[in-house]
Write a protein that binds this ligand. Structure first.
Ligand code: FAD
Length: 307
């Protein structure tokens, strides 16, 4: 099983330096990452919004090891929010944030991450948009949901991500299915032990459907973060059954993955949001994309071999 190996490598500083130093890595990374700089990523954003797609922008970064780095991550998001305000993009573009980039794993990290997230969420509101808190490994879920609660007390539209591979997630879906809640449901991208997460893909998919039913039947705004054609079809069917109109939920997919399907859903009248990562700290994100699909790894290795 290559996936777990790649997910372990995603956390290795040694392998990060090795992969980042390979001259042919860049073209493969470019398939999943919109650019290193904000202005480069804005070109990608424009080409998506011009085609009727919505966007969530992620300034790449995670697992910071000191407060200065966390402040730098916060400032990158403040700069992004200011650009969204100036360019009047707030109705089409929101922001996705990883709290580990804001210092969540440092001593006293929950307070630090909350203090860094608050001004970002505030700046997003001033730009007419929202922030969604990405979900990282299972050790962060309680802390992330606690920070979400604090942020939602002042900015109720702040969104969360729930991962169907965790046993706890059905309960979390019930807690977050109320009015005004925005939840992105995903399968989950980290390497998790059997003590907390389903290991079998089929169980993860079945759990996704159970969670989806809870969210679609609830009063909140479900965001379906999956490229899985069966889950897209089940969402459409559940929308019919629950009487949800297209504007009351949305599909989300990652930049560079199943682009024709993204355009098809938008053309069919669905709200379709593309998760667009940008920045220099692409390693962890890139390795998780390789782990999800062996064909990506083969593509990467072929490019390294110069074919
Ligand atoms: P899969 O069964 O993995 O894939 C279904 C099909 O989609 C595949 O057959 C293939 O055709 C295509 N596909 C899927 N992945 C790839 C890929 N990497 N490259 C090429 N084709 C692919 N996970 C988290 O843990 N936390 C988060 O905060 C988070 N945010 C996300 C935000 C969005 C918008 C999306 C779409 C995903 C996010 N994820 C997050 C990742 C998610 O957990 C899954 O790892 C990822 O979406 C793959 O699962 P899938 O539902 O697409 O289904």
């Amino acid at each position: 099983m290559l996936g777990p190996v790649l997910l372990a490598a995603a956390r290795s500083e040694h392998i990060r330096r090795l992969v980042a130093g390979m001259p042919l890595t860049r073209p493969v990374v470019d398939r999943f990452v919109a650019g290193e700089r904000l202005d480069e990523s804005l070109a990608a954003v424009r080409s998506l919004t011009d085609r009727g797609l919505l966007v969530t922008l992620d300034h790449l970064g995670e697992d910071v090891t000191d407060r200065t780095e966390a402040l730098r991550a916060r400032d990158a998001y403040l700069a992004l929010a200011e650009v969204l305000r100036q360019e009047a993009l707030g109705d089409r573009v929101e922001m996705s944030v990883k709290l580990s980039a804001f210092g969540q794993a440092l001593p006293g990290g929950e307070d630090i991450a909350l203090r860094n997230a608050l001004p970002v969420v505030e700046a997003a509101a001033q730009a007419g948009t929202t922030v969604t808190l990405d979900m990282e490994d299972h050790t962060t879920v309680d802390s992330t949901l606690a920070i979400l609660g604090e942020l939602r007390a002042r900015f109720p539209a702040t969104g969360a991500v729930l991962q169907s591979y965790l046993y706890r997630t059905e309960d979390d879906c019930r807690s977050l299915a109320g009015e005004g809640s925005r939840v992105r449901l995903v399968k989950g991208a980290y390497r998790e032990p059997a003590s907390v997460a389903f290991q079998d893909k089929r169980d993860v998919d079945l759990a996704f459907v159970r969670c989806l039913k809870i969210l679609m039947a609830g009063q909140g705004y479900p965001m379906i973060g999956s490229h899985d054609p069966r889950l897209v079809a089940i969402t459409e069917e559940l929308a019919r059954q629950t009487g949800r109109k297209p504007g009351s939920y949305e599909f989300q997919m990652l930049y560079g993955i199943r682009e024709a399907e993204q355009r098809r859903l938008a053309a069919a009248g669905h709200r379709m949001r593309v998760y667009v990562p940008y920045g220099t700290d692409w390693y962890g994100y890139f390795m998780r994309r390789l782990a999800e699909r062996p064909a990506n790894l083969a593509f990467f290795l072929r490019s390294l071999a110069g074919r």
